[in-house]
Write a protein that binds this ligand. Structure first.
Ligand code: C2E
Ligand code: MG
Ligand code: MG
Ligand code: MG
Length: 273
């Protein structure tokens, strides 16, 4: 009966697509409830000075304490969330919680910048600069307490809008980092046009740094970042040998299991060292 009445729809129907869409719908409503019920939490991972090993900032990473499935990592729910509208309330929650935590550290005499991942669909929103500005003001925090991490794909899809938002954020004093650099479609020209502060090399390159050719790429990226005056960051540093190579190549900040795993917030983690 459906085949006769909705011929086109039936021709386009693919089981994988239908399955993905219904999973997304279920995820979307479960996530909405999870946000309301306080099941999301942020863990923090430090970024250290490549020379001294002192903590310089903390990246907020979302987790979902699911009543049945336990602690879920973002890989289990973020891709689906980013395909739907629920990414908006999720990001609003992440921003509010991260800025609130940054304020607690700040007012406890341990000011340390907190980095938040800002997904592409949210970066292009009209209200995002005001939302972040309002949060900082309500908590009495300077803009330099916050770093936003964006991906290349975000700025590539809507370059003008993204650049405008980023300028607005920087006017607040917020710093801007390009995350997972080298993992997507890189437009080097775009890098020079965007208002950026940090470049985070994707961990795939970091893991291959013992290979001579990959090291050549990393060194080229390092010299480009220096030329553009950007703070150069490596993620996924898992051992001292890799940390030494990166420090030697001129990296400013290092992040990875070697220096500490993402953890629930505590006062100690905001203390340099
Ligand atoms: P990312 O922003 O590139 O974050 C770094 C990821 O690498 C984190 O995974 C972190 O736990 C992991 N990592 C840190 N050190 C090491 C290491 O030494 N080795 C390896 N193999 N991995 C390491 P996580 O927490 O699972 O997050 C995955 C991605 O999910 C993040 O990648 C980010 O893109 C996204 N994400 C996390 N939290 C949020 C959030 O609050 N909002 C949004 N929109 N995205 C988020
Ligand atoms: Mg990140
Ligand atoms: Mg990253
Ligand atoms: Mg990454």
């Amino acid at each position: 009966y459906a085949a006769k009445r909705h011929r086109t729809a039936v021709e386009l129907w693919r089981p994988e697509l239908a399955a993905e869409q219904s999973t997304d719908l279920r995820l979307q409503s479960e996530l909405r409830a999870a946000i309301d019920q306080g099941q999301l939490e942020l863990h923090y991972q430090k970024l250290v000075d490549a020379r001294t090993g002192e903590a310089r900032s903390l990246e907020a990473l979302v987790r979902w304490r699911h009543p049945r499935h336990g602690l879920l990592l973002p890989g289990a729910f973020l891709p689906g969330a980013e395909r739907s509208e629920v990414i908006n309330p999720l990001t609003t929650w992440v921003l509010a919680d991260a800025v609130g935590q940054a304020a607690r550290w700040h007012h406890a005499g341990r000011p340390i910048p907190v980095a938040v991942n800002l997904p592409a669909p949210v970066l292009v929103h009209d209200g995002i600069v005001d939302e972040i500005g309002g949060l900082l003001a309500r908590h009495g925090l300077p803009g330099c307490s916050l770093i936003v991490e964006i991906t290349e794909s975000a700025v590539l899809t809507r370059p003008e809008q993204s650049a405008q938002r980023l300028r607005g954020l920087r006017d607040l004093g917020v710093r801007v980092a390009v995350d997972d650099f080298g993992s997507g479609y890189t437009s080097l020209a775009l890098l020079t046009q965007l208002p950026l502060d940090e470049l985070k090399l994707d961990r795939a390159f970091v893991h291959r740094i013992h290979d001579e050719r990959d090291r050549a790429i990393v060194e080229a990226v390092a010299s480009m970042a220096r030329g553009l005056g950007l703070t150069l960051v490596a993620e996924g540093v898992e051992d001292q040998a890799t940390a030494d190579i990166l420090a030697g190549a001129g990296f400013d900040l290092l992040q990875g299991y070697h220096f500490g795993r993402p953890m629930p917030p505590s006062l100690e983690m905001a203390i340099a060292g």
